[in-house]
Ligand binder design. Structure first.
Ligand code: MOS
Length: 756
């Protein structure tokens, strides 16, 4: 693996921490079980709440009998729409309350909707009592659950997180008329659930009119604002704490119903309440990735030059919001075709609200586009990699802007070389070992680089023994990604301290704000803020010293002072200086504080910013049984500066593993009669296990991006899943001659269809 060296001059010490494959600073806490997750905060007098969910997809609760539940020993309260407090339900901050089901009326809008909440002194009693709540429904009707059959009801959603639903450049009709070869195909992807190891979990406690919530959250500031809106409070009177999160992947980005339900219950029973969703409830009152149907049309000249591209994506949403899986956004930027149309339509179904899941849009979108590119290459008799190079976008074809940096060509080259792409057989079914058909496939990977405003604070202290410590805080999140570790590295280098001297804290809405841990933007956003705050701290130390008659560098020019290894000294004259400790001890209370707000600037309008990569997959397919195995995947990424080669690689490997799941295993099944999820557990919803993953060979290119943000990073949280399903589908075709356009690629779709 290529280690990224420093793109920017943030390192001053002899041993830079940034870039090194440093072990996780929270690793010991994790492996010893002492990292405290949301449901684990010790709380005296805590009560336990269990949600009762609807068993019909649509209608009204006409009667609800809670007597048996209330008779269970230890039950404190049963809340239903009949006795639930009426809540203000205002929009505060970014997110509205449409997707919440807080028992404000008798309507049922999806199967699995919370219709009652049982609160008891133990989880067991609450669970038992919840099973005794009897609900009757009226006004039920046949639910609308088939997105494909109801495509005609699709509508263009209002612009949302994915931007405008439609895009157009050039003239697709004219481009298709020039085409000598065409691909016109439909691709489908199913509902996919997140399945983090840690389910959604909340503890809520009130003190007077103030609410504190310990929650598994990807966005503590967002959850704070949403709670303030729901309960009609000021954001200042709500605190959300989320120190450790056992996986999020998007499902913990928005606040779902269980958080305000826990808060409602805690207020009603006047004691802290814990509410943890069951694994089954992870499919229901919280969102999953919606199903998609994507129509891709490619037109090309015989030499492979794309003359036109059309990508029309349909995904499902609920009756009460407009969640859009932005599948075609990737098509807008990936290839340099002059003529292109992309559209997004959403179809309302009687299901709960879908939501963001790792690379929302790009994950299913690259499956469709990169499968279609493979189909085109085959029709042209062209190497799929050559076809991609032929249409390489030297600038962002949509905006015309230059890339802040782009190493995709190098990703293709390195990936192909490590994989041995040139040595593969180009004949379908041309590689076999007895009854095993071997196939090779590749795809491009990409994900946008986002950055949002973030703030961070630094406190430097010196104790009597001369030990200097930095406390760095921001309301960011570590979902298992390594944020604690990389922020510690950024802070240490900027401050001229060792990582051991830095304590980095996150996950508390009282800290300086950070954005949602989504869109792969924590490192770019929060990292830029931490860097800026620590640089400000270092500059403040220098300013204090040169203005201080007691300092050996009094009167020096700031530009002539270096800060490294806990000392300030004249550059080139290291003996002339003093330790931070000496300087800090002369400050009030022996400490110094800085807080900085960091926002993106003009670079956003000047450059197009994306990470890119290339994925190569080998599959082995049993010719009789259709069983698919993946012995190896080779991938290379250009994602800006890599702050920590170990945690970054883990992120990318995790994304690839999920890509394998998406390709071969994952599919949430809805009962067409009842709208109920039929495989809502980890026994029936299949995810890859160790035996499903062969060798993963991930290369992080040494990409220098001077424009993207102050620390030169692009983010690696989501790009890893992109392109993987297409690379595998393309490899399955190369092995068997079966083109599977509907995920997951289960053996029934391959067996009996093989042309070899
Ligand atoms: Mo990610 S799906 O934006 O948490």
């Amino acid at each position: 693996m290529t280690l990224s060296t420093n793109a920017r001059d943030i390192v001053t010490g002899a041993a830079p921490s940034v870039g090194a494959p440093m072990d996780r600073v929270d690793g010991r806490l994790k492996v010893t079980g002492s990292a405290r997750y949301a449901a684990e905060f010790p709380m005296s007098n805590i009560a336990h709440a269990v949600i009762v969910t609807s068993t019909v997809p649509v209608g009204r609760v006409s009667a609800i009998d809670t007597r048996a539940a209330e008779a269970v020993t230890g039950v404190i309260r049963v809340i239903t729409h009949l006795n639930a407090p009426k809540l203000p339900m205002k929009k505060v901050g970014m997110f509205g309350t449409n997707a919440l089901s807080l028992m404000q009326d008798e309507r049922v809008r999806y199967n699995g909707q919370p219709v009652a909440l049982v609160i008891a002194d133990t989880l067991e009693r609450a669970t038992d009592a919840a099973s005794l709540v009897k609900v009757r429904y009226s006004g039920t009707r046949t639910p609308t659950l088939d997105m494909h059959a109801n495509k005609s009801t699709g509508y263009a959603p209002p612009p949302g997180f994915g931007g405008q639903p439609d895009s157009k450049r050039g003239n697709v009709q004219a481009g298709l008329a020039q085409a000598e070869v065409k691909v016109d195909a439909q691709y489908k992807t199913p509902i996919e659930n997140h399945n983090p190891m840690e389910p959604h979990a909340t503890i809520a406690a009130w003190e007077g009119g103030r609410l504190t919530v310990w929650d598994a959250s990807q966005y503590v500031v967002g959850a704070r604002d949403s709670l303030a809106g729901v309960f009609g409070l000021t954001p200042e009177s709500v605190r959300v704490v989320s120190h450790f999160v056992g996986g999020g992947f998007g499902c913990k980005g928005l606040m779902w119903s269980q958080v305000p339900l826990a808060a409602m219950a805690a207020r009603e029973v006047s004691r802290p309440v814990k509410l943890v969703l069951t694994r089954r409830q992870m499919y229901g009152p919280v969102g999953a990735r919606p199903q998609t149907e994507q129509h891709v049309v490619l037109g090309a000249k015989r030499d492979g030059t794309l003359t036109a591209v059309r990508h029309d994506s349909v995904s499902h949403t609920s009756r009460f919001e407009d969640y859009t899986e932005s599948c075609a956004n990737v098509t807008r930027i990936l290839y340099a075709t002059p003529n292109q149309v992309t559209t997004h339509r959403v179809v309302k179904l009687d299901l709960g609200a879908p939501t963001f899941q790792r690379a929302p849009g790009e994950a299913p979108g690259t499956f469709a586009l990169e499968s279609a590119m493979d189909e085109l290459a085959l029709k042209l008799g062209m190497d799929p990699l050559e076809l991609r190079l032929k249409n390489y976008a030297e600038r962002d074809p949509e905006s015309g802007r230059p890339w802040s940096s782009k190493s995709l060509r190098e990703c293709y080259r390195v990936g192909a070389e490590k994989f041995g792409w040139a040595r593969r057989s180009r004949t379908v079914g041309g590689m076999r070992e007895g009854d095993v058909l071997v196939g090779h496939g590749m795809a491009s990977a990409t994900y946008p680089t986002y950055r949002m405003p973030a703030s961070a604070s630094v406190r430097l202290t010196a104790d009597g023994a001369g030990a200097v410590r930095a406390l760095v805080q921001t309301a960011a999140h570590d979902l298992g990604t390594g944020a604690y570790t990389v922020m510690t590295q950024v802070a240490a280098d900027a401050l001229g301290l060792a990582p051991e001297q830095v304590r980095f804290e996150l996950g508390d809405s009282r800290m300086p704000p950070s954005p949602v841990a989504g869109g792969s933007m924590t490192t770019a956003s929060t990292g830029s803020a931490v860097h800026a705050a620590c640089m400000a701290g270092r500059n403040k130390l220098i300013a204090l010293a040169i203005a201080d008659t007691a300092s050996p560098i009094r009167g020096a020019l700031a530009a002539a002072v270096s800060a490294a290894e806990g000392r300030l000294f004249l550059t080139g004259e290291p003996t002339k200086g003093e330790s931070y400790a000496a300087l800090l001890r002369r400050q009030p209370n022996g400490m110094m504080d800085v807080r900085v707000d960091s926002t993106p600037g003009a670079e956003l309008a000047a450059y197009a910013m994306h990470a890119f990569g290339a994925v190569f997959a080998e599959v082995r397919v049993d010719r009789e049984l259709g069983e698919i195995r993946i012995p190896r995947i080779v991938a290379a990424y250009g994602a800006g500066k890599i702050l920590n080669a170990k945690t970054a690689r883990s992120q990318l490997e995790g994304g690839i593993v999920w890509g394998v799941g998406m390709a071969l295993h994952e599919e949430t099944l809805v009962d067409r009669r009842t709208g109920r999820y039929m495989n809502a557990d980890l026994g029936e919803y299949h995810v890859p296990v160790h035996a499903d993953i062969g060798m993963l060979d991930v290369t992080l290119l040494d990409e220098v991006d001077p424009h993207v943000n102050p620390i030169g990073v692009k983010g690696v949280g989501e790009i890893g899943i992109t392109g993987v399903a297409a690379a595998i589908a393309n490899a399955v075709y190369s092995a068997t001659g079966v083109r599977v356009r509907e995920l997951p690629i289960t053996l029934d779709k391959v067996m009996g269809e093989m042309r070899v």
